[in-house]
Design a protein around this ligand. Structure first.
Ligand SMILES: NC(=O)c1ccc[n+]([C@@H]2O[C@H](COP(=O)([O-])OP(=O)(O)OC[C@H]3O[C@@H](n4cnc5c(N)ncnc54)[C@H](O)[C@@H]3O)[C@@H](O)[C@H]2O)c1
Length: 296
């Protein structure tokens, strides 16, 4: 262990070094090392975390990152194969993880899974409301069924999950909730009516929960990722590029100040900071991790 004193009080003790570092290259050829610095310093030893939508993309990277920092992680996903694969990767990485199958559009399934995790580990210290799905269309192109599905998965699921973990967090007067919104939670997204509305909702939910429970030891913060290389993003690029994913991605990267899309690990680093005691004075924070997209 290194870094005692004040660093230790903030949970910044030295921990196991990361097993892997990913390199990303911008469209101008700059190389970036992703997700290295904080992972070696923040510890979540003894904490139990629940990450929704952790079977792929950003959710998987968050689960892996929290696991490497020492947390026991509940990997919640509706896809058994994907969820089990996340657990397998984490176990290989010497992290402790358990898969929980649930479709978050079903409130009963959410209740069952959160309760089972609470029963098994006796607590949930960190909740990451990551699950989200995309939908392309203006208000007129969004059916009532599409709208209801988007609201239930992208927004209501977070509301139900936090209502289930809050009583236990309040009893212990300690807990960290991190909601995953999007740059479309900060500005309008053309052709993304339901997605944009739900992502703005996540920002409002974050601020409201932060204010209501700030004096009771609960922090609630929000990460707004820019375009990140995940199965969801690739699905969008395929539509946008008329089947040519690489062309769509290159066109998009020209518009991002940093000149490239994010790697999931880079979003996970921001979540790790907000989930941990290193961000002990942050609540209600809305953190854009977007390569400069929203400052343009
Ligand atoms: N990828 C991006 O560019 C981007 C940008 C901004 C914000 N986000 C947000 O980040 C979050 C994660 O996105 P991603 O790109 O990693 O998505 P993804 O589609 O790559 O992965 C989502 C995971 O959620 C699971 N899932 C989907 N519906 C579910 C349901 N009903 N119940 C339980 N699990 C379900 C899927 O099986 C999958 O494992 C989402 O909230 C998304 O809106 C993503």
């Amino acid at each position: 262990m290194s870094g005692g004193g004040a660093a230790s009080a903030l949970g910044l003790d030295g921990e196991r070094p990361p097993t892997k570092t990913r390199t990303a290259v911008s469209n101008r050829g700059y190389r970036w090392r992703c997700g290295e610095v904080l992972m070696t310093r923040i510890t979540l030893k003894g904490k139990v975390a629940l990450v929704t939508g952790a079977g792929a993309g950003i959710g998987r990277a968050i689960a892996q990152t929290l696991g490497r920092a020492g947390a026991v992680v509940g990997v919640l996903d509706c896809d058994r194969k994907l969820g089990n694969e996340t657990v397998r990767l984490m176990t290989k990485d010497r992290s402790e993880a358990v898969f929980i199958r649930a479709d978050v559009s079903n409130v009963q399934q959410i209740k069952r899974s959160v309760t089972s995790l609470l029963r098994r580990f006796g607590r949930i210290d960190i909740l990451v409301n990551n699950v989200g799905v995309a939908h392309v269309g203006s208000a007129l192109q969004t059916s009532e069924a599409d709208w209801n599905r988007m609201v239930s998965i992208n927004l209501s699921a977070a509301f139900h999950c936090l209502r289930l973990v809050l009583p236990d967090m309040l009893k212990r007067r300690h807990g960290s909730i991190v909601n995953i919104s999007s740059v479309y939670g900060l500005c309008g997204g053309a052709d993304h009516c339901a997605y944009t509305a739900t992502k703005h909702g996540m920002v409002g939910l974050t601020r409201s929960v932060a204010m209501d429970f700030a004096r009771e030891g609960i922090r609630c913060n929000c990460v707004c990722p820019g375009t990140t290389d995940t199965p969801m993003a690739r699905w969008g690029w395929k539509i946008w590029g008329g089947g040519d994913i690489d062309k769509a991605r290159r066109r998009l990267e020209e518009k991002i100040p940093i000149g490239r899309v994010a790697q999931p690990e880079e979003i996970a680093q921001a979540v790790l900071f907000l989930a941990s005691d290193a961000s002990s004075y942050c609540t209600g924070a809305i953190l854009a991790v977007d390569g400069g997209w929203t400052c343009a």
